[in-house]
Design a protein around this ligand. Structure first.
Ligand SMILES: C[S@@+](CC[C@H](N)C(=O)[O-])C[C@H]1O[C@@H](n2cnc3c(N)ncnc32)[C@H](O)[C@@H]1O
Length: 215
């Protein structure tokens, strides 16, 4: 039996190769937009925490995606631990960002999401700092911290409804201005909607809406 933690009313099993929810996870949970009746995508689901939280806050359907197969299995277990039936309202799939998303949407039976969340791997990480296992995906944002985040922003619009909302968690080390510029390039206007300050960085929730339809 793995170690268990409790965050609010959510019980989670923890796995050594899956990101253990931390301040950034809680910041996103606590600042989630209204998801009641909405279809929510939780990119990089980890333990499944954001998808489970979205269901508990009344969303219609939540889909969690993670590149880490241990995360996908753990998320399913955690959803069940919290009384949710997997493949009814909450679904989990392995995937590299939006690769394979068309198949996922078909399987779940939806065409676009109302809300897309991503607590991204945002730490600037050099080759020498990389961890040699699946857990590396939780932290490694490439040398400037933006590798996964920029790819996410460039692809997310295709899967979001016209009036949909994106919520990203990142660090000030990743650069909020660069995130705003990247969002603008892909037709979104972002604003910082929550922060948590630490000695050397600020963890930020950036909430974005579409300013123009590019897809
Ligand atoms: C900082 S953790 C966040 C986990 C969880 N959402 C939370 O809030 O606690 C980032 C997650 O993104 C996943 N991830 C990293 N790169 C990915 C990619 N290219 N496609 C899908 N998931 C990815 C990692 O495996 C990890 O679970």
């Amino acid at each position: 039996m793995g170690r268990m933690i409790k965050i609010g009313d959510i019980v989670l099993k923890i796995h050594p190769l899956v990101y253990e929810p931390a301040e950034d996870s809680i910041l996103l949970m606590d600042n989630l937009v209204n998801v009641r009746g909405k279809k929510v995508l939780d990119m990089g689901t980890g333990t499944g925490i954001q998808a489970i939280n979205a269901i508990k806050k009344g969303c219609d359907i939540a889909v969690g995606i993670d590149i880490n197969p241990y995360a996908v299995e753990l998320s399913k277990e955690n959803a069940e631990l919290n009384g949710l039936e997997v493949c009814k309202k909450v679904f989990f799939f392995q995937g590299d960002l939006f690769d394979g998303m068309d198949r996922v949407m078909e399987e779940v039976g939806i065409d676009r999401f109302d809300v897309i969340l991503f607590n991204a791997p945002y730490l600037p990480t050099s080759q020498e700092e990389r961890l040699g296992d699946y857990i590396n995906y939780a932290f490694d944002g490439g040398v400037d911290g933006r590798r996964v985040l920029d790819r996410f922003i460039s692809e997310v619009g295709r899967y979001l409804k016209e009036d949909g909302v994106i919520q990203i968690v990142q660090s000030s080390l990743t650069g909020e201005r660069r995130t705003f510029d990247m969002l603008k390039k892909y037709g979104f206007k972002g604003e910082k909607t929550a922060v948590m300050r630490f000695f050397y960085e600020e963890i930020q929730v950036i909430t974005a809406k579409r300013i123009q339809e590019l897809f």
